[in-house]
Design a protein around this ligand. Structure first.
Ligand code: 2HG
Ligand code: ZN
Length: 439
C-alpha cells in the first residue's frame, strides 16, 4: 500500500523449520523483534516492521509436504504461494478452499496467519474450519507440531485456532495442513447490472433459493468501483447499453457437478429475473467461455488494484448488516463532503464493494495523498458507525498496525484483557510482530 514503512536492516530467509526455530531462540534471548512475512500482500500493515525488527521471510520454505487425493488433505510449507498450491492439486481435481485477488503472490502461511477470507468463503467457510493442523515455531524457538491430517480430533483445547488470525503475534506458522474440496465439474458466472442498491438484498434471496447448492459466490461492486476497474483495464467492460442506468453490479458464480444442469438453472434464473413487471436487474451478462469467465472475475478482483492506480487508498474492511452497505458508503461520502474534502477537495472517490454473502463491505476512500485531515475525518467516524451496528471493524483483513487503536470498537474489555494474557503467555518478551493486533 506504500503506507507503512519500518526501518529494518535485515531479512532472514530460512529454508527449514529448524532454522526458523534457531532464529526465534536467538532473537528471544537477545530481545530482538521479529516480523514474520509471507507474500506481503496484506492491507493493514501486519507484515511490515514498524521499527527495526528482523524480518523473517517464509518464501524459501516452499515445498508441498504431502497430498492425499482421496481425502483431499494437503500439507504444505507456509511459504508456498497460493496459486502454486492451486496448480499442484489441480491435476488431482481438487481446488484450494480459499481464493483471493492476491493469489499469485500471497502465501498459505500468511493466509492462515491473517485468517484471510476471500472469494470462496461463502461456499467453503473460513480457514478456522478448513485448516486441520499447523506447525508453529513459538517465540522461544519451541516447535509446536500440530500438523495433523485428522478431520476429527476432539481432544481438549484446539490450540491451532489461536494462531489462525493472530497475524504472527503468537508464533511463526511454518507448515499448514488444509482440507481441499473436489474441483467442481462446471463453473459459470454472470454479472448482473442493478438499477438500485435496494434490489441487492431481494436479489440475493432469489438467487440463493433458485441456485441453491450450486451458488458459490455473490459479490457486489458499486458503480464507482466498476468505473474504476474499467478505467484501469481490469477485466471485461460491459457495453454502454448494459451499464446504462446501473447503480451497482453483482457477480454471481455457480460451481456444480453437471454443466447442463447448472446452465439450465442459471438461464432459468435470468429469465425469471427479467420476465417480471419490475425486474430487479437491468441486464445480466453471462460468460460464454473460460476467458470470459476469468475476465468477469477480473472486474471484481481488480478493484483493489484499480483503486491503487487511481490514488492513495484508505481502506475499511467492515462487517455490517447487508441492508446498511449503501447507507455506510453514502454516510461516509456526505461526511467528507461536509468537511470540504470531497468534491473539489483532496478525496477523489468513495466506493463500496465486497462479499455480500458474508456481510463484508470493503469501503475504500481514494485520495490524492495520505493527509491528517482525511484521516481525522474518517476515524473514528467510520468505526463509530460500525460499532452502532455491533459490526466488525475488520471482517477479513485483520488488525495489523492499522487498527490496533480501534480494536475496542469490536472487542469488549474482557476480550482484550484475555487476548493480552494469551499474548503474555506465548510471548512474554513481546518480540513477535510487536505493535500489531494489540497496542
Ligand atoms: C477484496 O475483496 C479484497 O477484493 C481487498 O479483500 C479489498 O482492497 C480492498 O479493500
Ligand atoms: Zn475482500
Amino acid at each position: 500500500m506504500g503506507k507503512y514503512r519500518g526501518g529494518s536492516t535485515t531479512v532472514l530467509k530460512p529454508k527449514t523449520t529448524q532454522q526458523v526455530s534457531q532464529i526465534m531462540k536467538w532473537c528471544n534471548e537477545k530481545r530482538i523483534g521479529v516480523v514474520p512475512q509471507g507474500g506481503n500482500t496484506g492491507l493493514v500493515g501486519g507484515s511490515v516492521p514498524i521499527r527495526d525488527e528482523v524480518i523473517v521471510s517464509l518464501s524459501n520454505l516452499n515445498s508441498v509436504r504431502s497430498f492425499d487425493p482421496i481425502s483431499g488433505i494437503l500439507v504444505a510449507d507456509a511459504g508456498c504461494i497460493l496459486q502454486s498450491l492451486t496448480d499442484y492439486i489441480a491435476p488431482h481435481n481438487h481446488i484450494m478452499p480459499i481464493d483471493l485477488g492476491a493469489k499469485g503472490s500471497c502465501q498459505i502461511g500468511g493466509n492462515v496467519a491473517t485468517n484471510a477470507g476471500g472469494l470462496r468463503l461463502l461456499r467453503y467457510g473460513s480457514l478456522h474450519g478448513t485448516v486441520l493442523g499447523l506447525e508453529v515455531v513459538l517465540p522461544d524457538g519451541t516447535v509446536l507440531d500440530q500438523l495433523t491430517t485428522l478431520r476429527k480430533d476432539n481432544t481438549g483445547y484446539d490450540l491451532k485456532q489461536l494462531f489462525i488470525g493472530a497475524e504472527g503475534t503468537l508464533g511463526v506458522i511454518t507448515g499448514v495442513s488444509i482440507l481441499t474440496p473436489p474441483a467442481p465439474q462446471a463453473s459459470n458466472n454472470v454479472i448482473l447490472a442493478l438499477p438500485s442498491f435496494d434490489n441487492v438484498l431481494p436479489l440475493y434471496k432469489i438467487v440463493k433459493r433458485q441456485l441453491s447448492e450450486i451458488l458459490s459466490a455473490f459479490e457486489f461492486i458499486d458503480r464507482t468501483s466498476y468505473d474504476l476497474a474499467v478505467k484501469h483495464g481490469q477485466g471485461r467492460a460491459l457495453s454502454e447499453d448494459e451499464v446504462a442506468g446501473a447503480e451497482c453490479f453483482v457477480l454471481v458464480e455457480t460451481s456444480g457437478g453437471k454443466r447442463e444442469h447448472d446452465e439450465e438453472k442459471l438461464n432459468n434464473l435470468l429469465e425469471s429475473l427479467l420476465e417480471v413487471d419490475t425486474p430487479l436487474i437491468n441486464t445480466g451478462v453471462l460468460s460464454q467461455s473460460p476467458a470470459q469467465f476469468s475476465s468477469l472475475w477480473a472486474l471484481r478482483e481488480g478493484v483493489t488494484e484499480a483503486v491503487s492506480k487511481e490514488g492513495k487508498p484508505y481502506k475499511y474492511d467492515i462487517s455490517v448488516p447487508l441492508s446498511s452497505f449503501k447507507t455506510v458508503v453514502d454516510a461516509t461520502r456526505e461526511h467528507l463532503r461536509s468537511k470540504g474534502l470531497l468534491g473539489d477537495g483532496a478525496v477523489k472517490h468513495v466506493l463500496g464493494y465486497g462479499h455480500v454473502g458474508d456481510g463484508n463491505l470493503h469501503l475504500n476512500i481514494v485520495a490524492d495523498s495520505y493527509t491528517p485531515e482525511i484521516q481525522t475525518a474518517l476515524e473514528p467516524f467510520i468505526f463509530e458507525i460500525v460499532a452502532s451496528y455491533r459490526g466488525s471493524i475488520s471482517a477479513e483483513h485483520g488488525i495489523g498496525a492499522m487498527k490496533t487503536h480501534a480494536l475496542h470498537y469490536s472487542k469488549s474489555d474482557v476480550s482484550i484483557a484475555l487476548m493480552k494474557k494469551i499474548k503474555m503467555l506465548f510471548d512474554p518478551h513481546n518480540i513477535m510482530n510487536p505493535g500489531k493486533v494489540l497496542e
